[in-house]
Design a protein around this ligand. Sequence first.
Ligand SMILES: [Zn+2]
Length: 213
Amino acid sequence: MPYSEKPYEFVSFPPGPNRYEPVGHHRFALTAGKHTGMMEITLTARRPVQVASGLMDVIKLKSGETAVALMTKIRRRVYVIPGSSLKGAVRSIVEAISPSCVRIVGWRTRPFLPRRMNPCSQMKNLCPACRLFGMSGGRRENYAGQVHFEDAVMVEGRPVVVRTPLLWAPARSRRGLPPRYLRGREVKGRKFYYHGTMAKGPDARVAAGTGSI
Ligand SMILES: [Zn+2]
């Protein structure tokens, strides 16, 4: 664990993505070993889940302190985890545990990514994650994938204010990836934060100032 206040680790890359042509949507191709259907799932938040609305707000706490929160101004609030967010979170795990490409990679990180892990771009040549979740490869080569996620609506509990340092994506500085992300000239792997271990440490602005992120 490189930084105790930011509990993350790297998941190393496979020898290469296992690419082939997806089954498509134009025919019903349920052969042995394949599955179709719908799953109804109940999620239990074992640790705080933050879903940003994209709006800024200021709220008053009992201690008299004010904090900046991201909440909507709509009076009757329905709290959801958007299906697109869930899909992205599940996809990132599927990518890490299967021989799949790195779909989302920033331009500062890309030079350090092993070339074999570059995102799939051809419809006839897709890794497991791109076949399942879809891909947009440019040049009109797009695939819708085989799964769909609906929004998860909160049915129990209430929102609370929790302080946490921001869990940044890698390489936010203009200098690119810091040495602790690299093995030689290549990135060590996919960055994952530990589940069940809350990040500690100073407020995000302090962390940014001291360079501890
Ligand atoms: Zn792929």
